[in-house]
Design a protein around this ligand. Sequence first.
Ligand SMILES: [Zn+2]
Length: 331
Amino acid sequence: MLLGLALSACTATAPIAGPTPEAETGSAGAASPAATTAAPTATPTRTPSAPSPTTPLPTRIPKPEFDARDALADIDTLADEIGPREATSKNFDEAADLVERRFEKLGYEVDTEPVKVPAGNSWGTPVRAGTSRNVIADPRGFDDEEPHVVVVAHLDTVPVAPGAEDNASGISVLLELARMAVAVPPEIPVRFIAFGAEEPRGSGDALHHFGSQQHVDDLSEVQREAIQAVVALDRVGVRASYVPVCSARASGNDLRRDVRDAADEIDVPTRGCGGNTTSDHWSYAKAGIPAIRLGSIPYAGYHSPDDTPDVVDRRQLDRVGNVMWAWLQGQ
Ligand SMILES: [Zn+2]
């Protein structure tokens, strides 16, 4: 009786779980006597795996290209036009509104989460207690209890820095990826988050990454388990010949390896770096969620008024955008 139930369950799911016609051609004949019998009639109707020169190509999927010039334009807006974006400031609000509108225009379902932050000292400047904001963009029909990946970047800066590199660079790549993911949605849904209040308001882990920490704290066990991977984009435009792919622990992890493999496939050099806990991926990693960070190369204008758009290298933005897209496409 039990066996009968199991068999009927298998039969019922077989057509859905079965391989696609292309994938099947190599192994179908040897699978079972039934398959051998069926093969002669089934084979002629199947699409050959390699089209002959006269076969019209299938309609091309529109291939979105990462546009580093658009990313640089966003960096100019955030760093030059708006300026420093301390987590509770009017400038931060303006930047968050802008990101929110952009996501909405792209067709995402947008949510915001208020983030309360304490008074403190942010890189030498006293800061008041106040409220910052996370901006969350989900594709239509998104269910955060189903498997998905998360791409994040922080939107705030320390009070003195226009933050072109730290972290308008990460936000600009995030927005480009959000645009591309609408044009050609990756197989697994992607949630995009612009976090508020990443920058420290004192020393120690508890006074850092407020937006992402609160967000992760508020996730249920089911929601946490649904997250397959998190990538934080933080300082991703410093001129270099490689892309740093950083894990929070000293050793690498599967996600770090996957992203580096995706980069290899498009010939973008990467370097693994470990023990990096200074961005929003750390809030997820602490909760046991696979999370890494792209970016982190030191530069002279870090956390200073010199963090202006000229610090950001267009080719490096291109590399990071393309690595992310290659990885998302493989998900
Ligand atoms: Zn940063």
